[in-house]
Ligand binder design. Structure first.
Ligand code: ARG
Length: 566
């Protein structure tokens, strides 16, 4: 990788200066603007924080010591930055690698021998798949793909929300409203006829009725307690809700083209949760308070309940059990949780307990907190009247995308398949292209814009490359990329940044870094396409082929399909 080489050049130079004493090493970044070179380092600013000298002087001193290399045509210091321009030879070599390595180009080995567990999607049963869990699913899957590409052993783990007091309430309501007075045959029939929508309505109804009948609260708790003590009737009703939900989630995952390695729900962790709670009590990490057990962090964080006063387990206890299970199964170096920002405090508390239990060791725990997704000034929520059904949105995206496909050589069946790729791609890209911590607004026009930073724009650019490549065969041997014009050079310089981009997006847990890169590349390619005759020019065909490959590799990491025609 060329950037590693540059990094080494800078570090070697640094070691030859008096600044080596400060013990810093350089960090190379891909330049945002090609006029500032291809790669840049701000190491001088870091050094300036430690010695009494201006960054610009430090940069010049380091710059002067950098060994000449045939891959670099120019090194310049601007302000305190040291900028590197790649030589035509280096660009050519790298483009050649793109053509050689194909779908593996951009992959890496820094994760070799290391395991990361990614907790994503994790919807709650007895509800339709909310738009809120959409973000977790999309971002989590992209992070999964990116880490895998960088050589990690990746485990995707769907921590299904299938346990908790809410199911006690639901069971109570089902019994009261649906099962009263029925014999066991009729009960079975009734349970089989229930839909997710019914469950949602019953739950909402419970919350409306409880306002006037506060004793229902206690009933709900009782039924959860029964469920947790493996009561047959409670279990039968819960089981039904679980089945219904699993079918629904599978359908959504199929539309989204997402497959999660494991899906072990919270319900599988009751015994272990109790065991851990007991251990924590023995170690005085959990202490009694009003008949419940809590973890008190003194000043740092507010306390949190680990066992309810009625003896039932909590979300926290089940999460701790899950962690222990993950450690035992996979002994991961890293655990990433892709869960909404509203659980930030909770994850701080959870990770703190992990430290208190001495489970952390060298492990890194990361909460990737995504912001809200909004829709026409509304928060997506399951409160009555504001419910937005995800499946409807996805289907709408597919329908609207159908209209975007303008190539009339495509037959109806194929058009439908492409519309699915484009529609789902648009929804995913809209989410991934913005920093995950930001709240996002879903805007059809923006998501489906054929011009602009959108999924369809990238797919369209890819299809455009493919259409060129169908017209003329590229000679991939003996390529000569010397004497490139500005547009050609500009694309080449963009293409070769792909690997660094993927690595940065992994290090920063930010798929949007890949999106920005792909958008810039697509814009450059389209400019080039408009201003240059590509057919009949092998060099330009090569650049088209390489662009197509990189667009495809990038989109694949994002979980977005690249259609051959559009
Ligand atoms: N089911 C939870 C919710 O919807 C998210 C679970 C996230 N993962 C975890 N290990 N806590 O709020």
């Amino acid at each position: 990788m060329i950037q590693e080489k540059i990094e080494k050049l800078v570090n070697d130079a640094l070691a030859k200066t008096s600044f080596k004493e400060v013990g810093l090493s350089s960090c190379i970044e891909a330049s945002k603007d090609q006029s500032h070179g291809d790669y840049t380092t701000s190491v001088a600013f870091k050094v300036a924080g430690k010695v009494d000298k201006k960054p610009i002087e430090i940069a010049q001193e380091i710059g002067g010591k950098i060994k000449r290399d045939k891959d670099i045509s120019k090194i310049e210091t601007v302000g305190g930055f040291i900028n590197f321009f790649l030589s035509e030879e280096a660009l050519q070599k790298e483009i050649y690698e793109i053509l050689e390595e194909k779908e593996a180009y951009g992959s890496g080995k820094e994760g070799k021998g290391k395991t990361v567990v990614i907790d994503y999607s994790s919807p709650n049963i007895a509800k339709s798949f909310g738009v809120g869990h959409l973000r977790s699913t999309i971002i989590g899957q992209a992070i999964y793909n990116i880490y895998k590409f960088r050589g990690w052993n990746v485990v995707g783990d769907n921590h299904l929300g299938d346990w908790g007091t809410q199911f006690g309430k639901l069971i109570y309501q089902i019994k009261e409203k649906k099962l009263k007075g029925l014999n066991s045959e009729q009960k079975k029939e009734m349970l089989n006829s229930l839909t997710i929508k019914d469950l949602e309505d019953l739950y909402i109804e419970f919350h409306e009725e409880v306002k006037d009948n506060p004793e229902m609260q206690e009933k709900g708790r009782e039924w959860f307690k029964k469920l947790e003590s493996k009561d047959d009737e409670a279990n039968e009703i819960w089981q039904k809700a679980l089945e219904l939900s699993k079918d629904e989630f599978d359908r959504i995952y199929q539309i989204l083209d997402v497959k999660i390695d494991n899906s072990i729900g919270e319900s599988s962790y009751i015994d272990l949760a109790r065991e851990i709670t007991k251990e924590m009590q023995d170690k005085n990490i959990a202490v009694e308070s009003d008949n419940a057990l809590i973890v008190d962090f003194s000043q740092d964080l507010p306390p949190i309940i680990i066992k309810k006063s009625d003896g039932t387990t909590t979300y926290l206890a089940r999460d701790l059990a899950k962690i222990r299970d993950r450690i035992e199964r996979w002994n991961p170096e890293m655990l990433i949780y892709e869960v909404g920002v509203d659980q930030s405090l909770y994850f701080k508390q959870l990770f703190k307990i992990v430290e208190m239990l001495n489970w952390k060791k060298e492990r890194q725990f990361v909460h990737l907190a995504h912001g809200l997704i909004r829709w026409q000034n509304k928060k997506f929520s399951t409160r009555r009247g504001e419910t937005i059904n995800l499946e409807d949105i996805l289907n709408e995206a597919i329908d609207k995308s159908f209209e975007l496909i303008s190539n009339d050589e495509i037959d109806l069946q194929e058009k439908k398949e492409i519309a699915k790729m484009v529609g789902i791609g648009a929804v995913k890209y809209n989410d991934l292209s913005q920093h995950h911590q930001k709240d996002i607004i879903f805007d059809w026009q923006k998501a489906l814009a054929l011009k602009g930073n959108s999924g369809p724009y990238l797919q369209y650019t890819y299809a455009r490359c493919q259409s060129v490549l169908r017209k003329e065969k590229v000679k991939t041997k003996d390529i000569d990329l010397s004497k490139m014009n500005d547009a050609e050079k500009s694309i080449s310089r963009e293409l070769v940044k792909f690997e660094k981009t993927v690595k940065d997006s992994a290090d920063n847990f930010s798929p949007n870094i890949i999106c920005n890169f792909l958008f810039t590349l697509a814009q450059k390619y389209n400019l080039f396409y408009n201003d240059n005759r590509i057919l009949g020019d092998n060099k330009r065909l090569i650049l088209t082929l390489a662009t197509a490959q990189i667009l495809k590799n990038g989109l694949t990491l994002l979980g977005i399909k690249a259609p051959e025609k559009m």
